[in-house]
Every structure is written in structure tokens, then in C-alpha cells.
Design a protein around this ligand. Structure first.
Ligand SMILES: [Zn+2]
Length: 266
């Protein structure tokens, strides 16, 4: 039974409950979402290193570049599989909604790296807007995804790579572990206590648009080099089991909120 509640702060009122099963496909040559872990291998035996240190102490600064492998930037792994953290997916959805939904606050986007010219071109020089005066006044995006002091009504699992290939891509002398074009990740978004327009907003934030009466994911940018190197960072979400209910919810959201849309394919 669906119930519509216009009061944003009533968070545990009955509403839509469910799970979106999602697939995320890499549509650019590569995708690198860093784990913050760098790996360097020592290529020569340790006795050589001892000699090296000794000669350095005596004042000869040696060239050590042959002793170490180039820096490798790794992706996240869980049980030996490449994963994109749920927090990364949530951050992507949140920044897009903050940029698209009028009168939303700008808490995440204002912290992101917005000095890139490509970013400005895509998002047309977004300007910081108001912040919420919690608890009386909560914007629609915080109402859905939470903020400090307000819990989220949506949670994102990690996305696990279950098809595709990994490659190590040399960018300016360093290697980036990357999922190559056509690689697919699976994950889920669990939601509770949503109105239809909230569900529509969530789908919109994941890049879904209505084409010929069907939901279709648009190209979105994610991860390292997305604004600086066209080989990197383009992904598309799709629903594993699309339902007519989702089309209806997205339609309701678009009609009510008139969100701004952005073309991320630069
Ligand atoms: Zn807000």
C-alpha cells in the first residue's frame, strides 16, 4: 500500500520499500576508482640495496629507479574481486542530484574538485546554494540520502565486478589498475519509506531517463581522470529487472521537480 507524505521530516512513515538490482557497465576504454593503496615492487635483491645505502652514505647519490617497479595504483578488492565501494556510488548519485534538483543544498558538490574546466563545462559553473536549516527545513536530496544528523533512507552496496578484464594503464609513468571497456559490476540499492517521487529521484540520480516508455541509463562520469582523459571514467547503469512502477515514479519526479539535466559525454 502506497502512502504519500509531504512532510519531509517524518522519516519512518509507511512508503515504498524495495531493492534496485543494478548492473554498471564500463563504456569508456578504462575505469579506475582508486583504493588509496599504492604498490611498489623491489626488483633487485636486498644485498644490492645494502650496497646502495652504503654508497649513498659515502656521498654518492645513486639512481635507484631500476631497483623499484613503477608505482601501481590499485582498485578496491573484496575476497579477490574488484569492487567499487557503495560510498562511491552514493557520492555519484548525490552530486548529480545536488546539481539537478532545484533548492537542494550543495554539501557534497561544494567539496568536490570543481576547478576542472571540463567539470565547469558540463555542469555550467554551478554555484553553491543554500544549506539546510535542520530540522525544520530539509531539502529533497538530504531527505532522501541523509546528512549529518539525518539518516539516509537509501543504502548502497559495494558493486562487484563479475564480468570483464583488468588492465594496468600507464598514465605519466604510473600504472593504474583499471577495468576495461565492457566490464560489468553488480550491486544493489535498498530503500525504505519512500514516496513515488523519492524513488523517481533515486532513479534520476543513477542516470535513468525515460526513452520510448522505458528506463534507459545515460553515460555518467566516475573515478580517476574522468575530466582529464577521455579514455577513462564513463559508466552506464541498467536495472536487472526493470518494472513499470519505476517508469511511473521517474515520470512523477521529473514532472514535479523539473530537474536540470547534464550531458556528461564531453
Ligand atoms: Zn539538503
Amino acid at each position: 500500500m502506497q502512502r504519500y507524505n509531504t512532510q519531509y521530516t517524518k522519516r519512518n512513515s509507511p512508503g515504498l520499500e524495495g531493492v534496485l538490482e543494478l548492473e554498471m557497465e564500463v563504456v569508456s576504454e578504462y575505469l579506475h576508482v582508486g583504493s588509496g593503496i599504492y604498490d611498489v615492487e623491489i626488483l633487485k635483491p636486498l644485498s644490492d640495496i645494502d650496497q646502495l645505502v652504503e654508497s649513498a652514505i659515502k656521498g654518492n647519490i645513486p639512481d635507484v629507479s631500476n631497483y623499484f617497479s613503477p608505482l601501481v595504483h590499485e582498485m578496491n578488492r573484496y575476497l579477490d574481486r574488484i569492487v567499487i565501494p557503495g560510498s562511491t556510488i552514493k557520492g555519484l548519485v548525490r552530486t548529480r542530484l545536488e546539481l539537478s534538483v532545484r533548492d537542494s543544498c550543495f554539501i557534497v558538490s561544494s567539496r568536490s574538485n570543481s576547478s576542472s574546466e571540463t567539470y565547469k563545462k558540463i555542469f555550467r559553473y554551478p554555484k553553491p546554494r543554500r544549506s539546510d536549516r535542520f530540522p525544520d527545513n530539509v531539502c529533497p536530496v538530504c531527505d532522501l540520502l541523509g546528512n549529518s544528523g539525518l539518516s539516509s533512507r537509501v543504502s548502497f552496496s559495494d558493486f562487484v565486478m563479475d564480468q570483464g578484464k583488468i588492465d594496468y594503464v600507464n598514465v605519466r609513468g604510473q600504472y593504474y589498475e583499471s577495468s576495461v571497456k565492457g566490464s560489468k559490476f553488480r550491486g544493489r540499492v535498498v530503500y525504505h519509506s519512500l514516496k513515488a517521487t523519492d524513488l523517481g529521484m533515486l532513479l534520476y540520480g543513477l542516470g535513468f531517463r525515460i526513452k520510448n516508455g522505458q528506463l534507459k541509463g545515460k553515460v555518467m562520469l566516475m573515478g580517476r581522470f574522468k575530466y582529464s582523459d577521455k579514455r577513462f571514467g564513463r559508466i552506464v547503469f541498467s536495472l536487472v529487472s526493470p518494472m513499470q512502477e519505476y517508469v511511473k515514479a521517474l515520470n512523477e519526479f521529473v514532472n514535479r521537480f523539473k530537474p536540470y539535466d547534464y550531458n556528461e559525454e564531453w
